[in-house]
Design a protein. Structure first.
Length: 135
């Protein structure tokens, strides 16, 4: 799914077949693209982000919203990617798409920081989340 999206995105930017093939092969050969028989939900983040960009470029609003929600539901750091891309949308003047991306990423950030992490930290008996202890 992600490789197909990268191919479409490369063709959207009018790259020839050789460069589109090179980009897709470089992603597919990445060690982060494969799974070694374990389920890692964060591997879906590139899939949803690539298709989010494709739907943005085609100005398809509802599929864009769906991909933003899916991308934000994969891992907590996807908020940074969606928010960063929303800044690009603001720079280009696409306020409707940017507003949705900013609001959804801000909402997901607040839900994660103020509700999800405190709930599971309390349940596990830790004082702070392991990510905070690590840094």
């Amino acid at each position: 799914g992600t490789v197909l999206g990268i191919w479409f995105l490369a063709k959207t930017y009018k790259l020839n077949d050789f460069y589109a093939f090179l980009i897709t092969i470089s992603f597919a050969s990445s060690p982060l693209a494969g799974v070694d028989c374990t389920f890692l939900p964060e591997l879906f983040t590139p899939l949803f982000l690539v298709w989010m960009i494709i739907f943005y470029r085609k100005k398809l609003f509802l599929p864009f919203i769906l991909m933003v929600v899916f991308a934000l539901s994969t891992k907590e750091d996807a908020v940074l990617f969606v928010f960063g891309f929303s800044l690009v949308m603001l720079y280009r003047g696409d306020f409707k798409f940017a507003l949705v991306a900013v609001l959804l990423s801000g909402l997901m950030f607040c839900i994660n920081i103020f509700w999800v992490q405190p709930y599971f930290v309390h349940k596990s008996g830790m004082i702070t989340p392991t990510t905070m202890q690590f840094w």
